[in-house]
Design a protein around this ligand. Structure first.
Ligand code: ADP
Ligand code: MG
Length: 317
């Protein structure tokens, strides 16, 4: 008598994934695949895509297209290429929506910060460069596909939206390759594909002041979630924390909030909106989110109090 076992799935179905330093942060991918070896190839494709986007959009790379725009767009219109053009256009739309709280020209001041070396611009530099923060200085010509700056000295930086784009592209790669359960994360931005095989993904929002602690866990499926915090890139001088989210109207790091989380269908939007809500603060930020039916928000203020947008039931701990 011979027992014959037939497995409906190959023996190597499993979760696969990896994390790598990219885009000045950590990018990670985790997915379920019936064939782990194939799964690992898909993981590598996502990292290759993240590296490609970084080469195109990093202001830290002299030879990136965005660096070329920053060098030349005040003198003449620069061809951006379709992909970069579209992301700049979407950034401009978010600037209009947030009345300038989100503004990629923040970088005329932002470029003077070096958080690792505790460098910040002095008052005179802030006062002068602040005048160059205004998304209306960026002129987009859809037909020509070009970007031009209306003023000398304007600079753009997609740090508040590019990671969401990487995450969105990463999940498209998973989907195109037949993956149904996965997560792609870049720094504070994540996009979930499907569920965690029968259970929701639990995404933790960090305690902004206790390293390694989770303040709130949110169960999510098939959604994007982004958190902007004043603990990612910063240094302290006395009682002042100089961090990387700049309030365009002052040219200084935005106060009042320790972290802003936004979730909804699109990681490009949640990324830009988390930065925006951080800048706008609890009241204005949550009022903005209330106008967007697909998006919800959780804000932790400077006293550690937690605020939820209207559409949100307080999630269980
Ligand atoms: P993280 O980089 O931690 O994910 P965010 O998504 O909030 O955080 O992005 C912060 C980044 O956004 C900054 O490092 C900077 O590159 C950029 N940025 C800062 N202030 C603004 C602003 N007012 N509008 C648009 N982008 C900004
Ligand atoms: Mg953001």
């Amino acid at each position: 008598m011979v027992a014959l076992f037939v497995f409906s799935i190959p023996a190597y179905a499993e979760w696969v994934g990896d994390a790598r330093p990219l885009m000045g942060t950590e990018v990670s991918v985790r997915l379920w695949h019936e064939d782990a070896a194939v799964g690992r190839e898909i993981v590598d494709k996502v990292f290759a895509e993240a590296a490609r986007i970084d080469r195109l959009m990093s202001t830290y790379k002299e030879d990136s297209r965005i660096s070329e725009i920053n060098r030349n767009a005040a003198a003449e219109p620069v061809v951006a290429g379709d992909e970069l053009f579209q992301l700049i256009r979407r950034s401009q739309d978010i600037s209009v929506l947030t009345r300038g709280a989100f503004d990629i020209t923040y970088d005329s001041v932002g470029q003077h910060y070096d958080f690792r070396n505790r460098q910040r611009p002095d008052e005179a530099t802030v006062a002068a460069e602040r005048e160059l923060i205004d998304f209306r200085f960026v002129e987009l010509d859809q037909a020509a596909g070009t970007v031009a700056f209306r003023e000398e000295g304007v600079r753009i930086n997609l740090g508040g939206i590019a990671k969401g784009y990487v995450v969105e592209r990463g999940v498209s790669i998973l989907r195109m390759n037949g993956v149904r359960h996965g997560i792609v994360t870049a720094g504070g931005d994540s996009r979930l594909l499907g569920d965690r095989r029968g259970q929701p993904w639990m995404v933790g929002i960090r305690d902004p002041r206790v390293d390694g602690e989770v303040a709130i866990s949110v169960p999510l499926e098939d959604e994007a979630i982004s958190t902007s915090g004043d603990y990612e890139r910063y240094f302290e001088e006395g009682d002042t924390r100089y961090h990387h989210i700049i309030k365009p109207s002052t040219g200084k790091p935005a106060g009042g909030v320790h972290s802003a989380t936004v979730f909804g269908p699109d990681a490009v939007i949640t990324d830009a909106l988390s930065t925006s809500v951080f800048v706008l603060g609890v009241d204005q930020g949550l009022r903005l989110i209330a106008t967007l039916p697909d998006y919800e928000s959780i804000v932790i203020d400077a006293e550690g109090r937690i605020f939820y947008s209207d559409g949100l039931q307080s999630p269980s701990p």
